[in-house]
Design a protein around this ligand. Structure first.
Ligand code: 13P
Length: 252
């Protein structure tokens, strides 16, 4: 059965000392809350993975990466492989974030390759999809999301598909303070779940958690998470403040 999940994407923020402060403050804050109904994932930049995974050993959260190479190990200067992540106790990895699609020209085919490499290492992919403002305004959002889902993840067999997480992040809502309404989120989440149902079956569709991302904060999280097909959130800005992040995680 799909789980409630809240994942924090720190993006390219914090230096080592600040990351140390933040993760310790998350660990302390977590002790004051009951988070048994939610899986919490922290996705720091690569250089801070070890720091975060050390703290996670005695705390109630998992560690995720923000990206992975689309190749196995070898001569790919500057890249980080799925097997490296596995060896750092990383259990989750974001793929296909809109910022990677926009600034690093990541395609649906790249996303598909990365998902395969992650699953081979038993790391759970968090695949991001979402439309731009222009695509929504020209009523292309369903088509865009269908293509991202079909090309990025529908090559998987059912047993692998149900190990994955999908995050719906409308590009116009990321970092803008302009959150999707709960109805807009529900509509797309239900659409994604229906695509999974049609491609696989209802059992698989019920196993895949679908997260919402885009200006999610402690004030709007509970109404978003109250929607039938919204299983949690992928949090950017608000995940950089321990209290806000944990309050969001406790919004189910
Ligand atoms: P914000 O929460 O800052 O809008 O970012 C969302 C996001 O991109 C998470 O991956």
């Amino acid at each position: 059965m799909r789980r409630n999940i809240v994942a924090g994407n720190w993006k390219m923020n914090k230096n080592f000392a600040e990351a140390d402060d933040l993760i310790n403050s998350i660990e302390e804050t977590l002790r004051q809350y009951d988070t048994t109904d939610v899986d919490i994932i922290v996705c720091p930049p690569f250089p801070f993975l070890e720091l975060v995974s050390d703290v996670s050993e005695d705390a109630n959260f998992f560690v995720g990466a923000q990206n992975v190479a689309k190749f196995d190990n070898g001569a790919y200067t500057g890249e980080i492989s799925a097997s490296m992540l596995k060896s750092m106790a990383v259990d989750y990895c974001i793929v296909g974030h809109s910022e990677r699609r926009k600034y690093f020209f990541e395609t649906n085919q790249d996303v598909a390759q990365k998902i395969d490499l992650l699953l081979k290492e038993d790391i759970t992919p968090i695949m991001c999809v979402g439309e731009s403002l222009e695509e929504r305004e020209s009523n292309k959002h369903f088509e865009v999301i269908r293509k991202q889902v079909e090309e990025g993840i529908f090559h998987l067999r059912a047993e692998d598909m149900q190990r994955c997480i999908i995050a719906y992040e409308p590009v116009w809502a990321i970092g803008t303070g302009k959150t999707a309404t709960k109805e807009q989120a529900q509509e797309i989440h239900a659409f994604i779940r229906q695509l999974i149902r049609e491609k696989y079956n209802d059992d698989v569709a019920q196993e895949v958690s679908i997260l919402y991302g885009g200006s999610c904060n402690p004030k709007n999280a509970s109404e978003l998470f109250s929607m039938e097909d919204v299983d949690g959130g992928l949090i950017g800005g608000a995940s950089l403040k321990a209290k806000d992040f944990i309050e969001i995680a406790c919004s189910f």
